[in-house]
Design a protein around this ligand. Structure first.
Ligand code: SF4
Length: 154
């Protein structure tokens, strides 16, 4: 499933693509159907068509990683090289991701959904959204907290 979203990554208009075959098993999962092998394969050709059909987006957001990390990273590398005008973002449900994610993606969200901690817009959340700027991981999670926004985070 794809959608154009404006709240997942601050200040960006994202073309968001759900990735199925999720290996996470979060209690209270918002999209349990993503644990199944559903949908069509996300090939470079499909990516190109989606981006072409959604003129005006400035970020390509992958919601999940699937169950084949090599294929997933190959596809992310393709998006990065073929669509240099777009930022590249990943919402991972894992506690932490490999270093390569922080060199490949411009935005990386980590952390499984825990009902008692809440999502990114909950101040108690265990999840984190990082903006990678010149190789530096900047925690911009507080951008989701509408009160008391950290003035040092842009
Ligand atoms: S990572 Fe997301 S899709 Fe996967 S089980 Fe957790 S909440 Fe559900």
């Amino acid at each position: 499933m794809t959608s154009v979203v404006m709240e997942e990554i601050p200040d960006m208009v994202c073309l968001a693509v759900d990735i199925s075959n999720c290996l996470g098993r979060c209690e209270g999962c918002h999209s349990p159907f993503l644990m199944d092998n559903i949908g069509r394969e996300l090939t470079p050709e499909v990516v190109d068509a989606l981006i072409s059909d959604n003129f005006g987006v400035n970020c390509f957001l992958l919601l999940g990683e699937g169950n084949d990390q090599k294929a997933f990273l190959d596809l992310a590398r393709y998006v990065k090289s073929a669509h240099k005008d777009l930022a590249l973002a990943i919402y991972s449900g894992r506690v932490e991701v490999e270093d390569e994610f922080y060199s490949l993606f411009d935005y990386v969200k980590v952390g499984p959904y825990l009902p008692f901690k809440g999502p990114l817009n909950n101040r108690n959340t265990n999840q984190r959204l990082y903006h990678i700027v010149n190789g530096r991981k900047m925690d911009i999670t507080s951008r989701f907290w509408h009160h008391g926004i950290d003035p040092n985070v842009k």
